[in-house]
Design a protein around this ligand. Structure first.
Ligand code: TYD
Ligand code: MG
Length: 431
């Protein structure tokens, strides 16, 4: 395989047995059970959520790409990781091709980690200089911030062009593998994942971590899109504070505590990797003055909203045809799983009817999860028991699960409420 050739000295090596002959000679295949796989010693970054997403810490000699939009906190996260590593006696190096050493110092001074100011740093954009420095310093862990701003004079393209980004990453990988330097490569990705840069690197690096969230919001999630040394289903939640990023270990409690319980609000029992997470999903349905009404989402997929609205209209009796629809996952969290469908449907239906889902103003919010099928049925999703347990843990007694069978059945509480409240003229029926 191409990969085996391209990775002369990676930690995944060792698969090449002693049977190997010279070029062109047949080698004897080895049963996988007989392959000797050494346990990899990992370096802890001191940031629990980051270590977990990496699969237990940084693997020596590995190449990790950390992508995310500008301002999300990539430099902050990597600086904090290096500070912890430096404090635990590791050799570190911070290469900034984007900010001056003075700017990096200002950031380091804000951080709560006492060791941030000890990190050896260079502000340099020339690739050859960076490579030479790496060869001389031979750090255990190095941050390249960012791969798009380093520049190789061997190529004519501008920094950040596909050719340059490939060359920069390839050369850094060569030196890193030779000296077993773990490299955290920072890469910018626009909201649409557009910028060619990091995308072309995905096959080259060992791990791809995506840092997501909205700059204006406090919460950010870090997830692994690719991980040769661990699972890709892990995710970590962080909060940007004045003194750096803080791990959020009680995210469910916070989101439930902040949930409004107003019409259009519901709690989704989501899964963030292997952990359950309760988030509030809010919807607003309002008369549009546009010919094509707005469909605005934040935190969920826009096409998924289109599907949910179609199923709601066809099988749930809730049409929002000419109204604007806004759906938001509170806190800047992104839920990219089909299990969010039912929450979106309930939030929109509740908003459209102006009826809250919680049975009383002082009752805990309603929780739910489930995928919507095109025929209006509810489909089971992974880890139903853990989602229910998480909801219970935070005192949510009413949980709508796929077990109710259909969207129509899931909407029943609203219907009953609607019948009650229309007597008093309170609720507005869409149709
Ligand atoms: P930064 O790490 O520079 O983002 P990136 O490298 O992904 O572009 O930081 C992003 C924002 O976070 C920046 O606008 C300032 C803010 N910030 C804080 O709120 N608290 C802090 O302690 C730090 C260092 C930054
Ligand atoms: Mg930065």
């Amino acid at each position: 395989m191409e990969e085996a050739v391209a990775r002369p000295a990676g930690p995944a090596r060792g698969a090449r047995g002693a049977a190997g002959g010279g070029a062109g000679q047949a080698v004897r295949p080895v049963a996988l059970g007989d392959v000797r796989a050494e346990a990899v010693a990992r370096l802890s970054t001191g940031i629990g959520e980051l270590d977990r997403v990496l699969g237990g810490g940084v693997v020596p000699g590995s190449l990790v790409l950390i992508g995310g939009s500008p301002g999300i906190g990539k430099s902050t996260l990597t600086t904090m990781a290096l500070a912890h590593l430096a404090a635990s006696g590791r050799r570190t190096l911070y290469v900034s091709a984007e900010e001056s050493a003075a700017q990096i110092k200002l950031r380091a001074e804000r951080l709560s980690s006492a060791h941030a100011l000890q990190i050896p740093t260079i502000a340099e954009t020339d690739l050859a200089t960076v490579l030479a420095t790496l060869e001389r310093e031979k750090p255990d862990v190095c941050v390249i911030d960012s791969v798009q701003t380093l520049h190789s004079t061997a190529l004519s393209g501008a920094p950040g062009s596909v050719g340059q980004v490939r060359e920069v990453a390839g050369e850094i990988m060569r030196v890193a593998k030779t000296h077993a330097i773990a490299v955290l490569l920072v890469g910018h990705v626009t909201k649409e994942g557009a910028l060619a840069g990091p995308r072309v690197l995905e096959h080259l690096v060992d791990c791809v971590l995506q840092f997501e969230g909205e700059r204006e919001r406090t919460y950010r999630t870090l997830r692994a899109l690719k991980n040769r040394f661990g699972s890709t289903s892990e995710a970590g939640v962080f909060e940007m504070r004045d003194d750096g990023l803080a791990e959020v270990l009680d995210a469910s409690a916070r989101f439930v505590g902040e949930a409004t319980r107003a019409p259009g609000s519901v709690v989704l029992a989501a899964m963030e990797g292997s952990r359950p997470l309760l988030v509030e999903v809010q919807a607003l349905v309002s008369q549009s003055d546009l010919e094509i009404p707005r469909r605005v989402v934040s935190g969920i997929d826009r096409n998924r909203l289109a599907l949910v609205l179609a199923v709601l209209a066809r099988h749930g009796g809730v049409g929002v045809g000419t109204s604007d629809v806004f759906v938001n996952v509170v806190g800047g969290v992104r839920v990219d799983e089909p299990g969010a469908d039912l929450a979106v449907a309930l939030a929109v239906a509740s908003a459209a009817r102006g009826v809250p889902l919680a049975d009383a103003p002082d009752a805990p919010p309603l929780a739910c999860f489930g995928e919507l099928g095109l025929t209006g049925e509810l489909r089971t999703v992974a880890h139903a028991d853990r989602r229910v347990a998480e909801a219970r843990k935070f005192g949510l007694r009413e949980i709508v699960t796929p077990e109710v069978g259909t969207l129509r059945a899931a909407l029943r509480p609203l219907r009953a409420e609607h019948a009650r409240s229309s007597d008093s003229g309170r609720a507005v029926a869409i149709r």
